[in-house]
Ligand binder design. Structure first.
Ligand SMILES: *Cc1c(COP(=O)(O)O)cnc(C)c1O
Length: 384
C-alpha cells in the first residue's frame, strides 16, 4: 500500500519568525557567548519556577551531572534511578564516580515504582533520580516523604516535564534539585541546552563554577579556580531561542493536552480490548504529554520493529521508542546487570512505541495516526 500523504514525523520543533530574527540580532551584536540573553533567560525561568534560582547549561545531561555534584554525590555513593530513560540519566551517575542502582518501573505510570525505590535504599544511598517519563510526574508527596525519611538528595530528571504540575504546582517550583532539558525534541527547545532549579544562591554560585572550569572571580585583579568545573555554559545564541520559546509554554502545554485528548477520543474506550495494546494514563491534571506512548500487544520478538516499519512503509508515519532498558546496555552488563533483573522495564522497553506528538501537530494528523495504528493492530498478519 502506498499513500499520498506527506511524511508525518513523531516530533518536529516549532520556532517562530520573531525568534529567528532575534537569533540574527544576537549574531550581529558582537556578543554571542554567555551574556545578557542568558541572564534574561535565567531570570525568566526563575520567575516561571516561582522565584527559585535557575542556572542554564549546554545540555540536560550536564545539568544532571552538575546537580549530582552540587548534591555532594561522590565515588562510593549509590544513586537510585529507573531503567527506562535516556542513557543520560544513569550515565551521569557513573560520570561522577558513583554507583547506579536501578529500581523497576510501575507498569501503569511507566515511571520508577516508589515501593521498589524505597526497597533499594542501602546505607550507601546518597541520592535518587526519578524520571518523569513523557512528562508524567511520580507521586511527588511520596517521593519527598521517602527522601526525607532516608535523608537523600533528589535530582529530578524533569527533562520531559516542563509545564507538568503536581497538585496545581509546576514541576520545578518545589522540591530539591530539578533538571530540565531544552534538547530539540522537548516541548520547549533551545536546540541543545538545559537548566537546573536550585535551592539557594549558594548552590547557584556553585553551579556557575561547575559550568565554567571552577573559575571564581576574586576582585578586579584576577581569577582563581577552587573546584573542578567543565565547559557547560549556554551561549546567548541558544538563550535567545529559549526566550522566544518560553513565550509559548502555556499554549504548547494546552495544545498537547488537546492533542492527547483527541488521541484518547479517537482510539475510543474499546481500543485496549479490541487490540490488546495499552494507552498511556489520562493524566490531564499533571502531565504535559511530552510523548504519547502506547504499549504494543506482544506478538513475539520483532513486534515493535514490525509495527514501526509498517507505520513508516504503509502509512508514511514516523514513530520512535523511549526507551530501551538502560541496564541491558553493554556498559551496564559489564557492571553486573543482566536480563531478568527488572522484568517490567524489560517488557515495556521491548513493546513501547512513541506516536507522533508535537506542538504544531493537527487534529487531522492525530486521526491519521489512529487510523494507521488501528489498521495495523487489527489486521491479520501480512501474507509472506
Ligand atoms: C532529553 C533527556 C535527557 C537529556 O537531555 P539532553 O539535553 O539531551 O542532554 C535526560 N533525560 C531524559 C528523560 C530526557 O528525555
Amino acid at each position: 500500500m502506498t499513500t499520498a500523504s506527506a511524511f508525518l514525523p513523531f516530533t518536529r520543533p516549532t520556532i517562530d519568525e520573531e525568534t529567528i530574527a532575534a537569533v540574527g540580532e544576537v549574531l550581529r551584536s558582537g556578543w554571542i557567548t554567555t551574556g545578557p540573553k542568558n541572564a534574561a533567560f535565567e531570570a525568566l525561568l526563575s520567575e516561571y519556577f516561582g522565584g527559585r534560582p535557575v542556572r542554564t547549561f549546554n545540555s540536560g545531561t550536564c545539568t544532571m551531572e552538575i546537580g549530582l555534584r552540587i548534591a555532594g554525590v561522590k565515588p562510593g555513593d549509590e544513586v537510585i534511578t529507573t531503567p527506562i530513560s535516556w542513557p543520560a540519566t544513569a550515565n551521569v551517575i557513573i560520570e561522577v564516580g558513583a554507583t547506579p542502582v536501578f529500581a523497576d518501573i510501575d507498569p501503569v505510570t511507566r515511571n520508577i515504582d516508589l515501593d521498589k525505590l524505597e526497597a533499594a535504599i542501602t546505607p550507601r544511598t546518597r541520592a535518587i533520580i526519578p524520571v518523569f517519563l513523557s512528562g508524567l510526574p511520580v507521586d511527588m508527596d511520596r517521593l519527598y516523604a521517602i527522601a526525607d525519611k532516608h535523608k537523600l538528595r533528589v535530582i529530578e530528571d524533569a527533562a520531559q516535564a516542563l509545564g507538568s504540575t503536581w497538585k496545581g504546582k509546576r514541576i520545578g517550583s518545589f522540591g530539591d534539585l530539578v533538571s530540565f532539558s531544552f534538547q530539540v525534541n522537548k516541548n520547549i527547545t533551545t536546540g541543545e541546552g538545559g537548566c537546573l532549579v536550585l535551592n539557594n544562591l549558594e548552590e547557584a554560585r556553585l553551579a556557575e563554577k561547575y559550568r565554567l572550569q571552577g573559575v571564581t572571580r576574586s576582585g578586579v585583579d584576577g581569577i582563581d579556580v577552587d573546584v573542578l568545573g567543565g565547559k557547560y555554559n549556554m551561549s546567548d545564541i541558544l538563550a535567545v531561542i529559549g526566550l522566544g520559546q518560553m513565550k509559548h509554554v502555556e499554549a504548547v502545554t494546552a495544545k498537547r493536552a488537546e492533542l492527547a485528548r483527541h488521541y484518547f477520543d479517537c482510539f475510543g474506550p474499546d481500543f485496549e480490548a479490541r487490540t490488546g495494546a495499552q494507552l498511556p494514563l489520562q493524566a490531564f491534571d499533571t502531565s504535559n504529554f511530552h510523548l504519547f506512548q502506547i504499549i504494543l500487544p506482544d506478538r513475539g520478538p520483532g513486534t515493535r520493529a514490525d509495527f514501526m516499519t509498517r507505520m513508516q512503509k504503509e502509512h508514511n508515519i514516523g514513530t520512535g521508542y523511549h526507551y530501551a532498558p538502560i541496564h541491558l546496555f553493554t556498559l551496564y552488563r559489564e557492571r553486573g546487570f543482566k536480563e531478568g533483573m527488572f522484568p517490567i522495564s524489560e517488557k515495556i522497553g521491548r513493546l513501547t512505541v512513541t506516536l507522533p506528538m508535537f506542538n504544531s501537530m493537527t487534529k487531522d494528523e492525530v486521526e491519521r495516526v489512529v487510523a494507521a495504528v488501528n489498521a495495523i493492530l487489527t489486521a491479520e498478519a501480512p501474507a509472506q
